[in-house]
Design a protein around this ligand. Structure first.
Ligand code: HEC
Length: 114
């Protein structure tokens, strides 16, 4: 009985974790759709929008989309988009509190994978 109870508890915890991460993905997608999708696509071959596509964003160099007319001068010692850099970019642009930035970044990590 005790063993059964423990197993049931463990599978409920597993289930909650799965639901939790699904919720985070839904929340991240909603942030992207609401606040970024007007200007950014997630795929390189999608029709161009006002901003550069974000496919392969993580570990991509700053301003690296071929043919996109970037206006900013990206001067950095280590000019590659990492979690930290994206978090900072969103922070500097006054986007969201830290937990929402983390949720969006987690979503982008999966969604921008080539
Ligand atoms: C109103 C349009 C617009 C919206 C909305 C927008 N962006 Fe952008 N974004 C741009 C433009 C334009 C650039 C290119 C800036 C330049 O010219 O240097 C850019 C650049 C970027 C870059 C750098 C890409 C690279 O190739 O180096 C990232 C990352 C980015 N945006 C993420 C986001 C995220 C995440 C959101 C949503 C929270 C967002 N942007 C919302 C227009 C937008």
């Amino acid at each position: 009985m005790i063993v059964f109870g423990l197993r049931a508890t463990i599978s409920i915890l597993t289930l909650l974790t799965v639901i939790g991460s699904a919720n985070a993905e839904i929340a991240g997608r909603a942030l992207f759709e609401n606040d970024c999708a007007a200007c950014h696509t997630l795929k390189a071959d999608a029709p161009a929008k006002r901003g550069p596509h974000l496919e392969g964003l993580f570990d991509r160099r700053y301003g690296a989309v071929e043919g996109f007319p970037y206006r900013m001068v990206w001067k950095k010692a280590d000019p590659v988009w990492t979690d930290k850099e994206i978090d900072n970019y969103l922070f500097v642009h006054g986007r969201y509190e830290a937990p929402d930035r983390a949720t969006l970044i987690e979503y982008l990590k999966k969604a921008t994978r080539p």
